[in-house]
Every structure is written in structure tokens, then in C-alpha cells.
Design a protein around this ligand. Structure first.
Ligand code: BG6
Length: 458
């Protein structure tokens, strides 16, 4: 295990809300030894004491459920360093020390190329690992260039392009449920499944993240990475093992099988929108364009939907609908599998079979048809299961994998490139307004679909 972690982006949202709490959870579970070294760096310039106080506050706020001694341990262990992530000398002095280091770039993606270039001259100790957050690049070309730069600094197995959705037990449970249950996998194909929806609708709005989000938007923030990873687990062929090669080879097969989107597909099968002022759960939310830090000329979408077809033996004929939006009426975070109707029913009307995997909170619902009063009387029957909450938060799991060098759940370079390839026609059409930017009031269920709009006009 690597015993040193350097986080760039010390006072950023990611460190405060996810990494420091993840470390506290790891400590509480006995995964971080006393000698573990934790350094957080950015350009701001603080001293250790100030930064430790700030860390303790963030842990109180975001890791309240972690035991107090684990939170205190993290706040006491952390050291602060002022450094420029694109300066080779700063980087060299930060990573100097005994043994390999894990370098976590909790930074805006525009900084990655500069940091990786600077790392060439920074003498990274052998066995060190680099962790990058999404989005990995801004498009296919920039992702390729980033991969090239990384390959000059460390071998591919030392690069962790992380996606915290893959570390969520609920997401892992999709694969577990499919592969460990005889009743599911034989039906897991287009002969039985008409549509799979992968939905991550949030009631949260921008929450002060304009600096990162404006110009990125829902497609690059959620669909290109998190939702594509969920798609991979839902649609992949059973891997031979859960080792990194088997798992990642099967995931890339899924991305390669996505039918390239034509101009017509993009116009008919993708939607983009942003929120207007409204109320979400009793809270006033300004229009996206009026949020602090948003460029008044911004065309950034806060809602994205993409409908995909996979060309493969298993999936030709099934629709995959991926969607995510912010400031919506309610949280809806789930994968919903719609089964085709039975071929012949001698009586009554059956409820469509729908299997729903809740991603947050974790639960599972299966809609079936049962018999009501009398054998001819069909009635809906819903079965619900609630899962045990996970012992570690997603970022705790992800950090543990990094420290132990387990890359199975991080994204390989070619996978990141494939994901951009799929979305290139969408990005091109959206950036030139060939697909209109719709609007929806904050607190609503999102923009109306074209078919719903037509129905409303009739
Ligand atoms: C992040 C996105 O990666 O995932 C956010 O940048 C999104 O916009 C978040 O809200 C959702 O994941 P979680 O675990 O914070 O609910």
C-alpha cells in the first residue's frame, strides 16, 4: 500500500465534501495506519494550523457520521503546502520523500495538461500513482493528448481516472444482481427488454459550483462519465473475472458497440435544457443564468438526455435512455429496466414488468402482475427490497483502491477516448444550437419531451 497522499486542490469542494470525509471513513475502518502521510496543497497560502482548523470544520459539516476520533485523526495528520500545480519545482518539493506517492489532482480539468507536463521534470518516485477526476479532457482530441502526456510520465497502470459512481455499492450491485442471479441473466437481452433508463435527476441546483460547472454542463459532468460507466455495467457481457483487464475490456466493448449518432439522431434523440427560477423543496432557486459566477452569455445546459442504441448480438433492438438534470422537482437516481409484454395473455391485462435499481438510496423494486380476487382478475404486484447501507462511502472505497493499486474500477485511457467519440456529434450539434436549449422551471420535472408537448397541444 502507498503510504503518502498528496491532494492538489486543498480547499476545493471535492476535497472538503468527498476526499477528507473518505479518509476519515478509511481511518475509522482501520485502513489508514498511524504513519500515513497526508499533504494538501494549493496556491492560496495558509499555514498548517489554519488548514487543520478548516479541515476539522469541513469534517464536522460533511462527515458527521464518521466517529469523532477518526475525524480528529485526519485533521491532526494533515499538512498544508502552498504550491502551484503547474510548476515543476513546486511539484518536485511536494513529492520528495520516502517511497511512492499517490498524487490526487482534485483540480479543474483545464489544469491537468499543465500539471502533467510539469510532472515530467519532477522526478516522481517509482511506483507512484496519479489520480485524475472527470471530465478527462474536454473532447476526444484533448483526451488523446492527455493520455499521451500521461504516458510520458507514468505507465498506464499507475493512472487512476476515477469515477466515484463505480465505487458506489449500488452501482456495483447492478453487476452483482445480474451475474449472481439465475433468474435475471437469461432475460438480460433485447428479446426480453425493450428499454433501459439510466437516470440521475437531482433536486440540488448549482450550489455555488459555477467556477467548475459553467461551460462544462450536464453532458460532460454526468453523462460522458458517470452515466456511461453505469451503462457499461448494465450492458456488458459477463467478464471472466473482476480483474482490471477483464472488467475494463468488457466495458470498452459496450462503448464500442454504441451506434454512432447521425445528425438526425442527435436532433431527434437528444435533449438539452437549463433551469429557470423556481422553488425546489420550499427553497427559492434563481435561474441558472442568474446564479453567482455564471457567465451571462452562458449556453451551459443543466439537463441532458441522450437515447442510444447498441449494435450487438445481445442488445440490438433495446433503447438505452440516459438522463441527468439539476434543480428538478425530486431526486430520482435509478436504473429502470422495462421488460417486453408477454407474447400471449389468455385473460385480463398485465402490468408491464419493470425492474428498478435505486442508486441512491439503495433499493430494488420489481413490478409484476399477480392474481386479485379470482383467477381471471389480474392486479399489480410490487416487490420492494431495501439494502443495507454500505460500510464505506464511495470516495473512501476509491481512495483505498488507489492506495492499494487496484485499477479495476478506474477508467482506462482508451475507455475515456471512446466515451468522447460517442458524444462528439452531440457536442458539435449542441455547441452550434442545432438542438435548441430548452428551459424548465426549477422544481419542475424537467423540460417536456417533444411527444408530451404534441400531446398537450391536442
Ligand atoms: C459529481 C458531479 O461528479 O457527481 C455533480 O460533478 C453531481 O454535479 C455528483 O451532483 C453526484 O454524485 P453524488 O455522489 O455527489 O451524489
Amino acid at each position: 500500500m502507498i503510504n503518502r497522499l498528496v491532494v492538489f486542490g486543498a480547499t476545493g469542494d471535492l476535497n472538503a465534501r468527498y476526499l477528507l470525509p473518505g479518509l476519515a471513513a478509511l481511518r475509522a475502518a482501520g485502513h489508514l495506519p498511524d504513519g500515513f502521510q497526508l499533504v494538501c496543497a494549493d496556491r492560496k497560502g495558509r499555514n498548517d494550523q489554519e488548514f487543520r482548523e478548516w479541515t476539522a470544520e469541513q469534517l464536522d459539516r460533511h462527515a458527521g457520521s464518521a466517529p469523532a476520533d477518526a475525524r480528529k485523526w485526519v485533521a491532526d495528520a494533515v499538512r498544508y503546502r502552498q504550491a502551484d500545480a503547474t510548476d515543476a519545482a513546486d511539484l518536485a518539493s511536494l513529492i520528495a520523500g520516502d517511497g511512492p506517492v499517490a498524487l490526487y489532482l482534485a483540480l479543474p480539468p483545464v489544469v491537468f495538461p499543465g500539471t502533467i507536463t510539469a510532472l515530467r521534470g519532477a522526478d516522481l518516485p517509482p511506483g507512484s500513482r496519479i489520480v485524475l477526476e472527470k471530465p478527462f479532457g474536454e473532447d476526444l482530441d484533448t483526451a488523446r493528448e492527455l493520455n499521451r502526456l500521461l504516458s510520458e510520465v507514468v505507465p498506464e497502470e499507475a493512472v487512476f481516472r476515477v469515477d466515484h459512481f463505480l465505487a458506489m455499492t449500488t452501482v456495483q450491485n447492478l453487476l452483482g444482481s445480474r451475474l449472481a442471479n439465475r433468474v435475471l441473466e437469461p432475460l438480460w437481452n433485447s428479446a426480453h427488454i425493450s428499454e433501459i433508463e439510466i437516470v440521475w435527476d437531482e433536486s440540488l441546483a448549482l450550489e455555488g459550483r459555477a467556477g467548475y460547472y459553467d461551460g462544462v454542463g450536464a453532458l460532460k459532468d454526468m453523462v460522458q462519465n458517470h452515466l456511461f460507466q453505469v451503462l457499461c455495467l448494465v450492458a456488458m457481457e459477463p467478464p471472466l473475472s473482476l480483474g482490471e483487464r477483464d472488467l475494463r475490456d468488457r466495458k470498452i466493448d459496450v462503448l464500442r458497440s454504441i451506434r454512432p449518432l447521425t445528425d438526425e439522431d442527435v436532433r431527434r434523440r437528444t435533449r438539452r435544457a437549463r433551469y429557470l427560477a423556481g422553488r425546489v423543496g420550499g427553497r427559492e432557486v434563481p435561474a441558472y443564468i442568474d446564479e453567482d459566477g455564471v457567465d451571462p452569455r452562458s449556453r451551459t445546459e443543466t439537463f441532458a438526455e441522450v437515447e442510444l442504441q447498441l449494435e450487438s448480438w445481445r442488445w440490438s433492438g433495446t433503447t438505452f435512455r440516459l438522463r441527468s438534470g439539476k434543480a428538478l422537482e425530486a431526486d430520482r437516481k435509478e436504473v429502470t429496466v422495462h421488460f417486453r409484454p408477454v407474447p400471449h395473455l389468455p385473460f385480463g391485462e398485465a402490468v408491464p414488468n419493470v425492474l428498478r435499481f435505486g442508486l441512491d438510496p439503495e433499493d430494488m423494486t420489481l413490478a409484476l402482475t399477480g392474481i386479485g380476487s379470482g383467477v381471471r382478475n389480474l392486479t399489480p404486484l410490487t416487490m420492494t427490497a431495501r439494502m443495507e447501507p454500505s460500510d464505506l462511502p464511495a470516495y473512501g472505497r476509491l481512495l483505498l483502491d488507489v492506495l492499494h493499486g487496484n485499477a479495476a474500477l478506474s477508467i482506462r485511457g482508451d475507455e475515456a477516448e471512446q466515451a468522447w467519440r460517442v458524444l462528439a456529434p452531440v457536442m458539435s450539434a449542441w455547441s452550434t444550437d442545432r438542438v435548441p436549449l430548452q428551459e424548465y422551471p426549477a422544481g419542475s420535472h424537467g423540460p417536456a419531451r417533444a411527444d408530451e408537448e404534441r400531446a398537450a397541444q391536442i
